[in-house]
Design a protein around this ligand. Structure first.
Ligand code: ATP
Ligand code: MG
Length: 234
């Protein structure tokens, strides 16, 4: 295991079968991601970014190869164990903001804490603290439809970080936002990394965001191109 290693994949393959044909969405991906910092997964549409992030976050199982998280082989664990690791050790932010529309910002974040198994006492205070952290203390009582797209995505980030996960995954979190709101979202990630030593793994198409990354992995047709500065293949 590399020092400070958080995630490792070994010869990861994911083949989708649809109709009579096969898509090799991941075709032998081996990578290592250390704790701390912003890692970006990039590549053209269809190159395998979402497929890879779904593997790293244990939302999907590989066809072959393995994923290691905090020294445990995720792909070898029973589904219940994987679900537990995802709920407690990981925070996930999706492209389309998946807030519950009938709940206020505060209730959405509190609900995330409940799902992560955090005891009821203190959930409200922690939820409010996280909303304040993303600059939305004043929006705590707002429903999702009473907030801008960037604000909603920041509520989703507050929800993803509230249970203090070891890693935050974000699949194109800025894709549906204009560039100003996209920057707000990225600056929240940068703040979390600088102030709390967070680890953020994000997919994006946006070349401007590549420059703020600590490491970048580029996919093409399900394979990794040569890693650049900070990225590493074991
Ligand atoms: N459930 C599925 N069934 C069949 N093929 C799939 C499935 N999911 C993804 N694929 C295929 O796998 C390949 C990689 O898809 P993936 O969604 O990982 O790409 P991506 O890099 O995230 O693209 P985008 O930038 O458009 O989000 C694509 O060719 C896609 O069509
Ligand atoms: Mg995608």
């Amino acid at each position: 295991m590399t020092e400070n290693e958080l995630i490792r994949t070994e010869n990861l393959v994911r083949i989708f079968k649809s109709g009579g044909s096969e898509v090799h969405a991941l075709d032998g991906v081996s990578l290592c991601i250390r704790q701390g910092g912003l890692t970006i997964l990039n590549g053209k549409s269809g190159s395998g970014k979402t497929t890879l992030i779904n593997q790293l976050s244990a939302l999907d199982q590989p066809t072959s190869g393995s994923v290691w998280f905090e020294g445990q082989e995720l792909s070898a664990l029973p589904e219940r164990e994987r679900d537990k690791i995802r709920r407690t050790r990981m925070g996930i932010v999706f492209q389309s903001v998946a807030l519950i529309s009938t709940m206020t910002a505060l209730e959405n974040v509190e609900f995330g804490l409940r799902v992560a198994g955090v005891p009821a006492a203190g959930r409200k205070e922690r939820a409010l603290e996280c909303l304040e952290y993303v600059g939305l203390g004043k929006r705590a009582g707002h429903l999702p439809q009473e907030m801008s797209g960037g604000e909603q995505q920041r509520v989703a980030i507050a929800r993803a970080i509230a249970h203090r996960p070891a890693v935050i995954f974000a699949d194109e979190p800025t894709a549906q936002l204009d560039s100003g709101m996209g920057l707000q979202v990225v600056s929240v990630f940068k703040k979390l990394i600088a102030e709390q030593g967070a680890t953020v793994i994000m997919t994006t198409h946006d070349p401007d965001l590549m420059q703020v990354a600590d490491s970048v992995f580029t996919l093409r047709d399900g394979r990794l191109l040569d890693p650049v500065e900070g990225g590493e293949t074991p």
